[in-house]
Design a protein around this ligand. Structure first.
Ligand SMILES: [Zn+2]
Length: 94
C-alpha cells in the first residue's frame, strides 16, 4: 500500500540552503517596534473592518478582514458579494 510517509522530503538540499551570510546579532537592537502605543489601532495593517452586505436583503454585518466570513453568518458568493445565511438558503447556495 502506501509505503512512503507524507513528509519524506527532508533531504539534503533545503536544510543548508542560504544560512551562510546571515548575521542577525547586531541588527536586532536597532529594529523599531511595530507597536508604539497600545491605543494606536489605526495603523495596524492586519485587521481592517469590512462591511459584508447581503445583496438580496441588504442586511449588513461588520467583520474584520481576519475573520472567516462564514463565522459572521454571511456566505461569500463572489468578489465583495455576499448573501446572508437566510438568503443563501433561499437561493440554494447552502
Ligand atoms: Zn440576505
Amino acid at each position: 500500500m502506501a509505503t512512503r510517509p507524507p513528509k519524506a522530503q527532508y533531504s539534503s538540499s533545503s536544510s543548508t540552503s542560504s544560512a551562510s551570510s546571515y548575521s542577525s546579532s547586531d541588527s536586532d537592537l536597532s529594529a523599531p517596534s511595530p507597536f508604539r502605543t497600545s491605543m494606536d489601532t489605526i495603523s495596524r495593517p492586519i485587521a481592517s473592518v469590512e462591511v459584508l452586505r447581503c445583496m438580496r436583503c441588504a442586511r449588513s454585518v461588520e467583520a474584520t478582514s481576519t475573520d472567516d466570513p462564514a463565522s459572521t453568518g454571511m456566505v461569500r458568493v463572489g468578489h465583495n458579494i455576499y448573501y446572508c445565511d437566510r438568503c443563501a438558503k433561499m437561493v440554494g447556495y447552502k
